[in-house]
Design a protein around this ligand. Structure first.
Ligand code: NAI
Ligand code: MG
Length: 533
C-alpha cells in the first residue's frame, strides 16, 4: 500500500481499446472491462503446491479432534483447492491449553526480550526469502492479484514483524513520584493467552497486525483464520517455528466463526480477544466476552469512508486516488473510500474521468502480470455485491458503467460506478465490500462535514484539496480514526489504525498497538527514611 509501489501496478500507458461499453481482450487472459460479458480463458496453474492443511497446535500439524475437514476454494473458479482440518471447540481447548502452558511455564515470556526479537527477525527474513511462494499461495486462496501479494502485502508483513521485533526490548514502565514515602513503579506485563480472529480480505496483513505486537509483548496466541483463506497462515507459521519459535507460543486453528471462533471468544482461559471483521460479528464477539470472563476485546470493524474531493483539488490526481481508494483489493477493504463526495464545481469533470478510469481497469486472472482486479472472495460476497448494484439502480442512482459479473465462472465483477447517489440510498449507507464506486455531489464544506459524519461508521476518510485551511478544518471535524490528506491507504507499520463509532474499539499498528497486549501493574513499596521523594 506504499503509494510508490501501487502506482507501478497501475499501467496507464495502454490505450483504451474499447468504446461504447465493449469488453476488449488484450491477449493472455487480460481484459479491459466493459459492460459486455465474456468467459475468461482457462485459469493459470498456480506455481505452488499445498503442503500444510492441518491445525497447528503446540508446534505440530494435527488433524481436528472431530476428524472433520472443510474445503477452501479458488475464487477464480469456485473449485476446491484443498480440504483443511476444521477446528471446533475441542481443538480450541487444546490450543488454549498449549498456549497457557507456553505462557505460564514455557520459555516465551521468560525469554529475554532480545531473544524474542531475534526469533521475530529471523522469521521476517524467512518470509522474505519465501516471498514468491507465499504470494502464489495467497493469490490462489484469495483471488488477489499476485503482484499485489508479492510486491505490497508480503513486504508489509515483513516490515510489520521487523517493526514489532524492534519494540520487544523497548517496552517498559515508569517510576512515578507518589504523595507519600512510597516507591511507585509500573510494570508493563504481557496480558497472557491471546485469542485472535482474522478475516479473508487481508489474511497475511491481518496476521502481522495481530501476531506481531502480541508476541513482541511476550504473550502466547491462538489465531483463528477465516474459513475462506486458511492456507497462508499455516505456511508462514511453519516458517516461524523454523526461525526458533517455541512450541505452543503460536497456535493456528482454521475453522468457522460460530464454532471455532465462538469457542475462542467464550473461553474462560483466554485473557484477551482481538478481532477484525464485520460490525455484526464484532458485536457477537464482545457479547461472548461479556458473558464469559470479561476478557478485554479490541475490534477492527466495517466502514463507509468518505473520500472528499474539494473544488480546488487536482482533479486528475483525485480521480486516480479515488479509484484506487475504492477498487483496491477488489473493493474488499474495511477502509475503502466508498462514498466519493465531489464538489459541484468539479463534479462533471470528475465523473467523466472516474468513469473512463473504471473502464480502463484491467480485470482478469490474478496470476497474470499487470492485472489490477481479480475475482471477489466467494459466492456470498459476489451475490451481495450484485444485490447492492440492483438496489442502486432501483433507488434511482445512475449506473455510469459496470453492473454485471464478468464471464460465467468464478466471482469476477465489473468495475462499477454510480452517480447521482443520495445519502439515504442503501449503496451510500451500507458496506458493499466490492468494486462499486458511489459518487455524491456537495457544495458547502459544512454540508459535506455533516454528511460525511452522518454514518454509523467512523473508520477513515480521504481529503483532496490544495488548501491548507480546508485540510485542517476537515481533518479535525471528521469523526474517523484515520484522515488521509492528498493520499489514501498509506499503511506504514508505525501508523495507528482503528475506528470511531461502530468501526471498532482500539488501535492497531505503531506504538499504540502494543497497548492491546499489555497489562499495567502498579507496584507500590513503602520507603523507610528516603533521601528524597
Ligand atoms: P465476519 O465478520 O463474519 O468474519 C470475519 C471473521 O470472524 C472470520 O474469521 C469468521 O470466521 C469469524 N466469525 C464469524 N462469526 C463469528 C462468531 N460468531 N464468533 C467468532 N468469530 C466469528 O465477516 P464475513 O461474513 O466474512 O463478511 C461479511 C461482511 O463483513 C463483508 O461483506 C464485509 O462487509 C464485512 N467484512 C469486513 C472486514 C473488515 O476488514 N473490517 C473483513 C471481512 C468482512
Ligand atoms: Mg479460498
Amino acid at each position: 500500500m506504499a503509494s510508490r509501489r501501487i502506482s507501478s501496478l497501475v499501467p496507464r500507458s495502454l490505450p483504451l481499446l474499447s468504446r461504447g461499453g465493449k469488453q476488449s481482450y488484450l491477449g493472455k487472459g487480460i481484459y479491459r472491462y466493459s459492460t459486455a460479458t465474456a468467459a475468461l480463458e482457462e485459469p493459470i496453474k498456480p506455481p505452488v503446491s499445498i503442503q500444510y492443511d492441518k491445525l497447528l497446535i503446540n508446534g505440530r500439524f494435527v488433524d481436528a479432534a472431530s476428524g472433520k475437514t472443510f474445503p477452501t476454494l479458488d475464487p477464480r473458479t469456485g473449485e476446491v483447492i484443498a480440504h483443511v482440518a476444521e477446528g471446533d471447540a475441542e481443538d480450541i481447548n487444546r490450543a488454549v491449553a498449549a498456549a497457557r502452558k507456553a505462557f505460564d511455564e514455557g520459555p516465551w515470556p521468560k525469554m529475554t526480550a532480545y531473544e524474542r526479537q531475534k526469533i521475530m527477525l529471523r522469521f521476517a527474513d524467512l518470509v522474505e526469502k519465501h516471498n514468491d511462494e507465499i504470494a502464489a499461495l495467497e493469490t490462489w486462496d484469495s483471488g488477489k492479484p499476485y503482484e499485489q501479494c508479492a510486491n505490497i502485502e508480503i513486504p508489509m508483513f515483513v516490515r510489520l514483524f521487523r517493526y514489532y521485533a524492534g519494540w520487544t526490548d523497548k517496552i517498559h514502565g515508569l517510576t512515578i513520584p507518589g504523595d507519600g514515602p512510597h516507591h511507585v513503579q509500573t510494570l508493563h506485563e504481557p496480558i497472557g493467552v491471546v485469542g485472535q480472529i482474522i478475516p479473508w480480505n487481508f489474511p497475511l496483513v491481518m496476521y502481522a497486525w495481530k501476531v506481531g505486537p502480541a508476541l513482541a509483548c511476550g504473550n502466547t496466541v491462538i489465531l483463528k483464520t477465516a474459513e475462506q483463506t486458511p492456507l497462508s497462515a499455516l505456511l508462514v507459521s511453519k516458517l516461524f517455528h523454523e526461525a526458533g519459535l517455541p512450541d505452543g507460543v503460536l497456535n493456528i486453528v482454521p475453522g468457522f466463526g460460530p464454532t471455532a471462533g465462538g469457542a475462542l471468544c467464550r473461553h474462560m482461559d483466554v485473557d484477551k480477544i482481538a478481532f477484525t471483521g464485520s460490525t455484526e460479528t464484532g458485536k457477537i464477539v464482545l457479547e461472548l466476552s461479556a458473558k464469559s470472563n470479561l476478557k478485554p476485546v479490541t475490534l477492527e470493524l466495517g466502514g463507509k469512508s468518505p473520500f472528499i474531493v474539494c473544488e480546488d483539488a487536482d482533479v486528475d490526481k483525485a480521480v486516480e486516488l479515488a479509484h484506487f481508494a475504492l477498487f483496491f483489493n477488489q473493493g474488499q477493504c474495511c477502509c475503502a473510500g466508498s462514498r466519493t463526495f465531489v464538489h459541484e464545481k468539479v463534479y462533471d469533470e470528475f465523473l467523466e474521468k472516474a468513469k473512463a478510469r473504471a473502464l480502463k481497469r484491467i480485470v482478469g486472472d490474478p496470476f497474470k502480470s499487470g492485472i489490477e482486479q481479480g475475482p471477489q472472495i466467494d459466492t456470498e460476497q459476489f451475490e451481495k455485491i450484485l444485490k447492492y448494484i440492483r438496489s442502486g439502480q432501483e433507488s434511482g442512482a445512475t449506473l455510469e458503467t459496470g453492473g454485471n459479473r464478468i464471464g460465467t465462472k468464478g466471482y469476477y465483477v465489473q468495475p462499477t460506478v454510480f452517480s447521482n447517489v443520495k445519502d439515504d440510498m442503501l449503496i451510500a449507507k451500507d458496506e458493499i465490500f466490492g468494486p462499486v464506486q458511489t459518487v455524491l455531489k456537495f457544495n458547502e464544506l459544512d454540508d459535506v462535514i455533516r454528511r460525511a459524519n452522518n454514518s454509523q461508521y467512523g473508520l477513515a476518510a480521504g481529503v483532496f484539496t490544495q488548501n491548507l485551511d480546508t485540510a485542517n478544518t476537515l481533518s479535525r471535524a471528521l469523526r474517523v480514526g484515520t484522515v488521509w490528506i492528498n493520499c489514501f491507504d498509506t499503511f506504514d507499520a508505525t501508523i495507528p489504525f482503528g475506528g470511531y463509532k461502530m468501526s471498532g474499539i482500539g488501535r492497531e499498528k505503531g506504538e499504540y498497538g502494543l497497548k492491546n497486549y499489555l497489562q499495567v501493574k502498579a507496584v507500590v513499596t513503602a520507603l523507610k527514611n528516603p533521601a528524597w521523594l
